[in-house]
Design a binder for this molecule. Structure first.
Ligand SMILES: Nc1ncnc2c1ncn2[C@@H]1O[C@H](COP(=O)(O)OP(=O)(O)OP(=O)(O)O)[C@@H](O)[C@H]1O
Ligand SMILES: [Mg+2]
Length: 607
């Protein structure tokens, strides 16, 4: 994203803060006027009190009366004090106003970023580092404030001061004013030459900042594994490498910033020295009074100081620009899976599922699904089995539109899922993902995630059916909190809660991906039949490796080699002697008496 585009975005954001900007503008105008007034009391002291030259302004005769009474000196000193006091107050107010605008812009940007991130697809999130995204939302978003406070507002104030001071200086001495201007082309040249490098270095430093958070997150998230394999030292080494790169890039940026600041200081000092030299000669030649020279030099200071600040903080501004660029890049990510134009809500879903000729492949991957066709009538139980990596989880995600198929159709109640609004489609589906997830929060919030209005009685019934009562009692009630990832619950307990949550949602279609893999076979059978009894009208798509669970199916489909290899009832498939039968005998091997299941399985696999 170009620098101009970032500033254009800033300008559009600032339109929301017009009242605040008006206030800042008024403050800057008054500050400029006070800066213009600032050296005048000293000039009066030098020229009119010490130099005894009569005041020549229109106010002169009246103030002259004071001067004769010996009041001009204290009046000038009081005026000086008043001007400085007012200036200090206004600068304080100005800082406050700009901070308020800056902070509001940060809050707006963060909200916008977070909303956008929640709408981006699984595919986007799978390919991005969570820690880097967090750095962008939480830390890079400050870039908008830093850029406003180090770049935009000081630049506006400097420009106004520059014009005001130059006009006032030209009225005092045109030649000196032109001499003071001479440093500007030199400063412009410095920006032109050094800026692209500072910009690049600042962006690299911000990226390295994201990378150290990413490295820390990656290692700490896998800490149990690292400790189990005694690999903490390797992890520390990897982290130190990322940290060293970050250090190097930050030092680079500071070095460039210091060099740049130093160069600007030298240029401004040279400008000031030239002006003082010329000005002193003008005083000697009698073309300028000493007081005028003092006013001139003070104006020069007022003009150079904000310019100097602007350039000294240039590195910080570029860092802020780089941060903001990282935020805007995220906002520019297109939401891949969105409502199609004219998408309609799915009303009164019944849960009829039809998949026809479905194909899908991951980017840069071989075709995973090819010509998959399946149906499930409302209220039916469809079980999908198949070897690991066959694409069962992928298929479940396609039904809920977490990805788009490359061909074929998926219909719910006779309507293509792409023609439905995503909100209503996902409302009609209760999903238990293969890696069950709990939110950090109360058990109640976890259970009622898809159905905030579930009555107490309903919650109690579902909790009972899923055997969660002892667990909830042990934890101290439904308001007990669980930590990140459901800690301290066991995987089986998490799976029970995930199933209960899906049940409470009362969706027409339930998609359960290995929902009971961590439960013992007895609990699994109890749970699944209780679930069916509790919601007989819902369509259930159950993905499982455990054939004991497949017994509840009205129909079983075997997904293998990218297509549905076999389909039928449990008994039909066992009798058919195909892959399902092979799995059945393999899993029942050792448990069957007489003819060994394992032997039968071997015989089938040998065919
Ligand atoms: N985001 C992705 N990008 C590329 N390949 C992927 C992605 N997600 C999954 N895959 C690959 O697609 C294949 C199917 O994955 P999927 O999770 O659908 O399998 P599965 O049938 O559910 O397996 P399991 O029984 O082990 O859960 C796997 O080989 C997997 O490595
Ligand atoms: Mg899977």
């Amino acid at each position: 994203m170009s620098t101009a585009a970032v500033y254009w975005w800033m300008a559009r954001q600032m339109r929301r803060h017009l009242a605040g900007l008006g206030l800042v503008g008024a403050q800057i105008a008054i500050i400029t006027a006070l800066e213009l007034l600032k050296p005048w009391p000293l000039k009066i002291v030098i020229d009119n009190v010490l130099g005894k030259v009569p005041l020549s302004s229109r106010l002169g005769p009246r103030i002259l009366g004071l001067a004769h009474a010996g009041w001009l000196l204290p009046a000038a000193c009081l005026a000086q004090l008043g001007i400085y006091l007012l200036l200090a107050l206004l600068q304080l107010a100005n800082t406050h106003s700009t901070v308020v605008i800056g902070q509001r812009m940060v809050a707006d940007l963060r909200a916008h970023l977070f909303d956008h991130l929640t709408r981006l697809s699984w595919r986007f999130h799978r390919n991005r580092s969570l820690a880097d995204l967090m750095v962008r939302v939480a830390s890079d978003s400050y870039g908008v404030q830093a850029l406003a406070m180090n770049g935009v507002f000081p630049a506006a104030a400097s420009l106004l001061l520059l014009v005001a001071m130059l006009t006032a200086m030209a009225r005092i001495d045109m030649v000196l004013a032109l001499a003071a201007l001479l440093v500007l082309p030199a400063l412009a040249l410095a920006i032109l030459v050094l800026n692209p490098r500072i910009e690049r270095t600042a962006l690299a430093a911000r990226m390295a900042e994201g990378a150290i958070y990413d490295a820390a997150h990656r290692e700490l998230a896998a800490l149990e594994l690292l400790q189990a394999y005694g690999a903490e030292r390797q992890a520390s080494r990897r982290w130190r490498l990322a940290s060293a790169l970050n250090l190097k890039r930050n030092l680079n940026l500071y070095l460039m910033q210091t060099l740049y600041g130093g160069m600007v200081s030298v240029l401004l000092a040279a400008g000031a020295a030239g002006v003082i030299y010329l000005g002193a000669r003008h005083v000697v030649q009698g073309r300028l009074s000493v007081g005028d020279l003092v006013v001139f030099v003070a104006y020069l200071g007022s003009m150079y100081a904000p310019l100097s600040h602007l350039f000294q903080t240039h590195g910080a501004s570029q860092s802020a620009l780089a941060s903001l660029r990282r935020c805007l890049e995220l906002l520019a990510e297109t939401i891949e899976i969105a409502d199609a134009p004219g998408a309609l809500p799915l009303t009164r879903p019944r849960g009829a599922l039809r998949i026809e000729g479905l194909s899908f492949s991951y980017p840069a991957g071989a075709p995973l699904l090819a010509e998959v066709s399946l149906t499930a009538a409302p209220g039916a139980t469809l079980v999908i089995v198949g070897p690991s990596g066959a694409g069962k989880t992928t298929l479940a995600g396609l039904i809920a539109r977490f990805d788009e198929p490359s061909g074929g159709v998926i219909e719910i109640d006779g309507q293509r899922v792409q023609s439905l609004t995503i909100g209503s489609l996902r409302q009609a589906i209760a999903m238990v993902p293969q890696r069950p997830m709990l939110l950090a929060g109360s058990l109640r919030a976890n259970l009622t995630l898809g159905c905030a209005k579930a009555s107490r009685a309903r919650i109690a019934r579902v909790v009972r059916v899923f055997g969660l009562e002892p667990l909830i009692a042990r934890l101290g009630g439904l308001d007990a909190r669980v930590g990140q990832g459901g800690a301290p619950l066991s995987l089986g307990e998490i799976q029970r809660i995930a199933l209960a949550r899906a049940m409470l949602k009362q969706a027409a279609l339930m998609i359960l991906d290995e929902p009971t893999s961590a439960l013992d076979a007895e609990s699994e059978a109890q749970l699944l039949s209780a679930m069916r009894a509790l919601a007989p009208n819902r369509t259930v798509v159950l993905i499982t490796h455990r054939l004991s669970a497949a017994r509840i199916a009205d129909r079983i489909a075997v997904l293998r080699g990218g297509r549905i290899e076999e389909g039928g009832t449990f008994d039909q498939l066992v009798a058919r002697g195909g892959y399902f039968s092979y799995l059945y005998h393999l899993q029942s091997g050792g448990m069957t008496q007489g003819a060994s299941g394992l032997e039968t399985a071997r015989a089938i696999s040998a065919r």
